[in-house]
Design a protein around this ligand. Structure first.
Ligand SMILES: Nc1nc2c(ncn2[C@@H]2O[C@H](COP(=O)(O)OP(=O)(O)OP(=O)(O)O)[C@@H](O)[C@H]2O)c(=O)[nH]1
Ligand SMILES: [Zn+2]
Length: 285
């Protein structure tokens, strides 16, 4: 659940044990991450030693969390204005990390219902679970809870999107719990920056990583298209099999974006992310 200066808080059937990692881990290069499934030897009633780390199904680097299987991509409709490029980037980064994205659009109370519905449709059309919520009015919080059920979830979204407000609505007393931890390790504000898991129910967790806003889009440019599921169908009709949907002749994706079959904003994001990756690649050689 938590890693604090060499100790790991291990949750097992309602009991949290403060554990050390086995001495040989360092030599073997084994790291223990928040989110890891571990085996441990108990010591007394609330201590222990982590003896092995089970294989991970995913690993996020920043923040370092193992086994996340759902990223809740949290963006506000307004304040700050919805940045489609950033939203699409976050979704893509989650897919690249092998983690399922779900889209949570906050502050629905500040936009008209049609605008909210239109934007939700874009992302549902891509096949992503999508919710429009108004946490301040208590609207949609229970839908988010249902969406999270059975997963290890993490929020990703820009500052001001309403992540903390939502986390507090989902986990009563979360702020207090966070405060308690910072106090215990006594390093003041800095300490709230590390990752910690909060339990929503027996197999539902929320990783709270303050300061964490953006995942990295870490993929080769020619692979990027694989992470736009909404392009797959049209892409099958491109003239070239290796078409990256940028400026090839006979690109069916580009045609679909022009005709509205693929959302223009999604295609624009793709082109922009592609260009950024290309620039990185060119600087590498
Ligand atoms: N109108 C409205 N305001 C909201 C809603 N949810 C959050 N806010 C407000 O939006 C502001 C930012 O919310 P936070 O929860 O602090 O946002 P955050 O994403 O945690 O921001 P960082 O901590 O900077 O990453 C606060 O003033 C909230 O009260 C909502 O559903 N409707
Ligand atoms: Zn194409």
């Amino acid at each position: 659940m938590r890693a604090i200066s060499g100790f790991f808080d291990v949750y097992d059937e309602g009991v949290v044990r403060r554990c050390r990692a086995r001495g040989v881990f360092k030599k073997q290069g084994v790291t223990v991450l928040v989110g890891d499934l571990v085996e441990y030897d108990p010591i007394g009633t609330n201590e222990g030693v982590v003896t092995s780390v089970l294989p991970r199904r995913s690993e996020l680097i920043r923040p370092p969390i193992a086994n996340v299987n759902q990223v809740l991509v949290v963006f506000a409709f307004v304040t700050p204005d919805l940045n489609f490029l950033m939203l699409d980037k976050t979704i893509t980064a989650a897919l690249i990390a092998g983690v399922r994205p779900a889209v949570v659009l906050t502050k629905a109370d500040l936009v008209d219902a049609q605008t909210a519905a239109r934007i939700c449709e874009i992302y549902r059309g891509c096949g992503f679970a999508t919710l429009a919520i108004a946490t301040k009015l208590g609207e949609g919080v229970e839908s988010v809870r249902s969406l999270m059920r059975g997963s290890l979830n993490v929020f990703s979204g820009p500052s001001g999107a309403g992540k903390s407000t939502l986390a507090n609505a989902l986990v009563p007393g979360l702020e207090l719990q966070m405060g308690a931890v910072s106090e215990k390790i006594g390093r003041g504000k800095q300490t709230t920056r590390h990752v910690e898991l909060f339990k929503l129910d027996e197999d539902t967790w929320l990783a709270d990583a303050p300061g964490f806003s953006q995942l990295q889009v870490n993929v080769e440019s020619r692979e990027l298209k694989r992470f736009f599921p909404d392009f797959t169908e049209a892409g099958a009709a491109c003239a070239y099999r290796g078409c990256v949907h940028i400026d090839e002749d006979g690109c069916a994706v580009k045609a679909a974006a022009a005709s509205g079959t693929i959302q223009t904003s999604r295609y624009d994001s793709y082109v922009q992310i592609y260009a950024e990756i290309r620039e990185r690649e060119e600087n590498m050689y």
